[in-house]
Design a protein around this ligand. Structure first.
Ligand code: HSE
Length: 435
């Protein structure tokens, strides 16, 4: 074969969890094809993990329980960090880069917190050291490659994604089967789609980690996890899903990053989107990222966002890029545009307002909104939704507004809560038209 280098790229894998097993599987079963793509063999030289699993075929790699064996023995060229978490992973990645070893990682939490320093450390190293992380965002989907290679001609206007499969599974189950959040979560856990402690997924933290990275790449800003507005799906009820449906929307948990004249919006929250939109039709554990480039127009990336082989597919793609010497050297923070505070962000809103079932109440609600210059696009008050508690008759008034800044909507909601016919907490969700 032309230009085939017989010197193997020697890989050291940290971790022996699901994704590591997928990486071993692909590297061992597709050895020859991968070598052809990479222009040289890619061999697993070492595996390090706290626990040994003798039943797993390591393809002749040396096993050790010490992570430092990956960096300090001189027989590894690239470290694949698949241990997750922050502290030990940070130590391993820093050590690897300082030893002149490239790193491939699936660790979004690590990069969301320490990405700026780690990308810079990789760039400062001599000898083409890279930190590659395709698997950190949306599993199998080549969204990092898309933003750092395929779409670089574009001024990215915005991107919006379903980047947490667990939350999408739960919202889809609630919509399709009318399940309560807790039941859909239990179903996700029984199927292995949600952790025993699902906090990171259902509170939006996992999606915020991923969006932090996508926003930095799309807008050349610094990685800034603390700047991301984060809201999960735990407050979504079947009632909200029903009203959204009646109004022509589905609820999806979206990560949205958008460039405006004032700065960059970076936010993760449940969002009403038109039933006809592409993202509204991404169901179950699937992920999707819609990117709007000024030249390309909208591009939908869609695929499995997690799992053994889907995530390993991205890890191996990074290894091939490292072997070829054409992995992208990421630099963040070239653009000093600020991340906007959430109160500066504008969106349409869905409000579910529990009100006494009395004449004139709707008019008072509409007046309170108009006093804040908020106009109503649609409203529902269902006869069938009238509740009677302890002799008090009340009904939710559901309103979709036109676009309004969060700051103005916060003040309007405070004013609405003071209306004496409003008898409980107002539910607010954002509505996006993504155009
Ligand atoms: N828990 C994540 C999800 C897995 O549900 O999408 C991949 O990050």
């Amino acid at each position: 074969m032309d230009n085939f280098d017989l010197t193997p790229l020697r890989v050291g894998i940290a971790g022996l969890g699901t994704v590591a097993r997928g990486v071993l599987n692909i590297l061992l079963t597709r050895k020859d094809e991968i070598a052809r793509h990479a222009g040289r063999p890619i061999t697993v030289a070492r595996v390090a993990n706290r626990t040994a699993y003798p039943e797993i075929d390591l393809g002749g790699a040396r096993f050790s329980t010490s992570l430092s064996d990956l960096t300090d023995r001189g027989d590894v060229d690239v470290v694949v960090e698949l241990i997750g978490g922050e502290d030990a992973a940070l130590k391993l990645v820093t050590r690897s880069l300082s030893q002149g070893l490239s790193v491939v990682t699936a660790n979004k939490a690590l990069l969301a917190r320490h990405g700026n320093a780690l990308f810079e450390q990789a760039r400062q190293q001599e000898g083409g050291v890279v930190l590659a992380f395709e698997a950190a965002v949306a599993g199998s989907i080549p969204i990092i490659s898309s933003l750092t290679r395929s779409l670089v001609a574009n001024d990215i206007e915005w991107l919006a994604g379903i980047i947490n499969g667990t939350s999408n599974f739960i919202l889809t189950a609630m919509a399709e089967r009318g399940e309560a959040f807790e039941d859909a979560l239990a179903e996700a856990q029984a199927l292995g789609y949600a952790e025993a402690d699902p906090t990171f997924d259902v509170e939006g933290i996992d999606a915020a980690h991923k969006l932090t990275l996508l926003a930095a790449l799309a807008f050349d800003t610094a990685v800034d996890f603390d700047g991301v507005y984060t809201e999960g799906i735990t407050g979504i009820t079947p009632e909200d899903i029903g009203y959204a449906d009646e109004l022509g929307y589905r609820i999806r948990h979206l990560g949205i990053a958008r460039r405006t004249g004032e700065g960059v919006e970076v936010r993760v929250h449940p969002t009403l989107i038109s039933k006809e939109s592409m993202l509204a039709n991404v169901n179950g554990v699937m992920n999707a990222v819609l990117v709007m480039g000024h030249a390309s127009g909208p591009i939908l990336h869609c695929g499995a966002g997690a799992g053994e082989l889907p995530t390993a597919s991205s890890v191996v793609a990074d290894l091939v890029a490292v072997a070829r010497g054409d992995a992208v050297h990421v630099r963040t923070g070239g653009n000093h545009t600020p991340i906007l505070d959430m109160h500066q962000v504008e969106s349409a809103c869905y409000l579910r307002i529990p009100c006494l079932d009395q004449p004139g109440v709707f008019a008072r609600v509409a007046t309170a909104l108009s006093e804040h210059d908020i106009s109503i696009e649609a409203a529902i008050q269902r006869e069938s939704a009238i509740h009677s508690d302890s002799g008090v008759s009340w009904v939710p008034i559901v309103i979709v507004t036109h676009r309004v800044s969060e700051g103005v909507m916060d003040t309007a909601i405070e004013a609405l809560q003071r209306v004496d016919a409003v008898i409980g907490d107002i539910k607010r969700l954002r509505v996006e038209h993504l155009s």
